[in-house]
Design a protein. Structure first.
Length: 549
């Protein structure tokens, strides 16, 4: 499997496709739509100034992008009765709380302690936490839907006794909250069910020059697309990751993948696998897709030949059609000894597929793209204003820590002429990859698109840790930014559901989008090894969500 820096895992655990969102409201929706100001946090929280923290089950907190380090249960030597399961930040971003599965709450920085369920016998463990908008209280939510409020957090109702499995909680600016179930459904109490279009009927409208919409986008599972990909039983493609796509000249769509399972699957996900290759495609329409790979079913080969031996392969990025050929960005990756993840080896390129709509499309060449040891080019591509904007994800090669985004642009039609590329310095476009400045984006942008019916731009990402559990959006008035800090728009249910599950590489599919509804895919996998894939290939198939503004 693959993921942009730091790297990727090798296979998958059990996963289920998501279902439709449902909503409950204990009080009538208000006329003024609130903004979501916090999430269940699980193992991550933002500091409101572009940085964020992550925590491990032992309570070891790590700060990123200037977020202040303010302590942890691990550093303080606190003996935990149960593992840490979630965290939340204070309103000013100068403190945070950690909560354990037994409801024990631990405060750091300016976070005040308002109480806990540490001394209460719970029916089910705590799984999420959210702070109130002013940071003077918080809610805890248990997996059975029970809600516990402390400080100025008001109790409006809960899903306790409903039989639903809850994985997180989101709070709203007017004081309400939403419980999030395993299927991605939101159940709202004390606040409107979800932000909708403003009274004039417009959507994705920016409230100022920053590109930030005047209403907060929301996301729900796209069950139809999920079903189409989960019904790929082979013989051929039965699972894969990366899931970038492009419309082809003949009206078909090409979905390109990195690591791919070739085999024959049953509806319950059990499969006989004939091989795992490094690149493949599904071509057709979402209701009729055919597998494309080299070699034979018994001995499958990648459509983009590997650049080396000993596990060295190409990880695919954004793809589009130019001058009749399908272009796909690729980055060279290799195994990390003793780890299920892979690392970037310092080479980027553009794979050229001359006849993508043909019966057996294959790569004719890989054109090298200038890069350094840190930067993987093609994590996202935007075509606008006569240019192709290419986004590169930069990470520390020693640690895999995400450093920022680099941006290049080239006139449309000239992508393969790397001498025509110009790089954003932070103030102008200049020649030479060394001129590219690091643009702060909080996490690797793996999809960028213009907002529907609005002048701004929206990017999609998942936090640098592949164990993070939200699909996030960032906004900008220009393709070069400045970009807002990533904002959660969807809680990935598989992270809470399965052992060692990871989520990564979300991206937009504009050819599948419907008016103002943007279609986003994300990938899931596990670090448990390839045997887990043969037990349930559904866990290695992309998930789709619909994002509305």
């Amino acid at each position: 499997m693959t993921a942009l820096a730091p790297a990727t895992a090798a296979s998958t655990a059990i996963g289920l496709t998501t279902t439709t969102t449902t909503v409950s409201a204990a009080t009538a929706p208000r006329a003024v739509e609130p903004r979501p100001v916090g999430s269940g946090g699980r193992m991550m929280a933002a500091d409101r100034a572009g940085g964020y923290w992550t925590t491990s089950p032992s309570g070891d907190v790590t700060a990123y992008f200037g977020a202040p380090a303010m302590g942890s249960t691990a550093a303080s030597g606190i003996r935990l009765n149960q593992p840490v399961v979630a965290m939340a930040a204070t309103a000013g971003g100068r403190g945070y709380w950690l909560v354990a599965a037994d409801g024990g709450v631990f405060s750091f920085g300016d976070a005040a302690f308002y109480g806990s369920t540490g001394g209460i016998r719970l029916n089910q463990p705590v799984v999420g936490m959210a702070a109130t908008a002013d940071g003077r209280g918080y809610w805890l939510v248990a997996s059975d839907g029970g809600v516990f409020s402390f400080g100025d957090a008001a109790f409006y109702g809960s899903l306790a006794g409903s039989g639903l499995l809850i994985i997180g909680v989101i709070c709203w600016s007017d004081g309400g909250y939403s419980e999030v179930d395993l299927d991605g459904g939101t159940h709202t109490y004390g606040a409107p069910v979800a932000p909708g279009p403003p009274p004039d009927g417009t959507s994705w409208a920016s409230e100022d020059a920053s590109g930030v919409p005047s209403i907060d986008p929301t996301a729900v599972p796209d069950t139809a697309l999920d079903a189409e990909f989960s019904s790929q039983f082979g013989p051929g493609w039965v699972g894969g990751d990366a899931t970038y796509s492009t419309p082809l000249p003949d009206g078909q769509i090409a979905f390109i993948f990195s690591d791919t399972l070739i085999g024959t699957a049953q509806p319950d996900g059990r499969a006989q696998l004939s091989g795992m290759i490094d690149t493949s495609e599904l071509i057709g329409t979402p209701s009729s897709l055919r597998s494309v790979y080299a070699g034979t079913y018994a001995a499958p080969q990648p459509i983009i030949p590997n650049p080396g031996s000993d596990g060295i392969s190409w990880q695919v990025g954004a793809t589009y059609v130019e001058n009749g050929s399908q272009l796909a960005f690729v980055n060279e990756i290799g195994p990390v000894p003793g780890s299920p993840f892979q690392e970037f080896l310092g080479q980027s390129g553009i794979a050229v597929i001359p006849d993508p709509a043909g019966s057996s499309p294959s790569c004719s060449t890989v054109v090298p793209v200038p890069t350094d040891r840190d930067t993987q080019w093609g994590s996202a591509v935007l075509r606008a204003g006569g240019y192709v904007y290419v986004y590169g994800s930069a990470s520390d090669p020693a640690t895999g820590t995400f450093e920022g985004t680099k941006i290049a642009r080239v006139p449309q039609g000239s992508s393969l002429d790397t001498g025509a590329w110009r790089y954003w310095t932070g103030s102008e476009w200049a020649q030479g990859e060394a001129s590219a400045a690091l643009v702060p984006t909080g996490s690797a942008l793996t999809g960028v698109i213009q907002e529907p019916d609005a002048p701004g731009y929206v990017a999609v990402s998942i936090a640098p840790s592949v164990f993070s559990n939200t699909v996030d959006l960032s906004f900008a008035a220009s393709p070069t930014g400045p970009w807002t800090s990533p904002r959660p728009v969807y809680l990935v249910p598989e992270i809470a559901q399965y052992h060692n599950e990871i989520a990564y590489m979300p991206t937009f599919h504009p050819q599948l989008s419907k008016g103002n509804v943007l279609v986003v895919s994300y990938n899931v996998d596990t670090t448990d090894g390839i045997d887990a894939l043969a037990r349930d290939v559904h866990a290695y198939q992309p998930r789709f969500i619909d994002v509305s503004g």
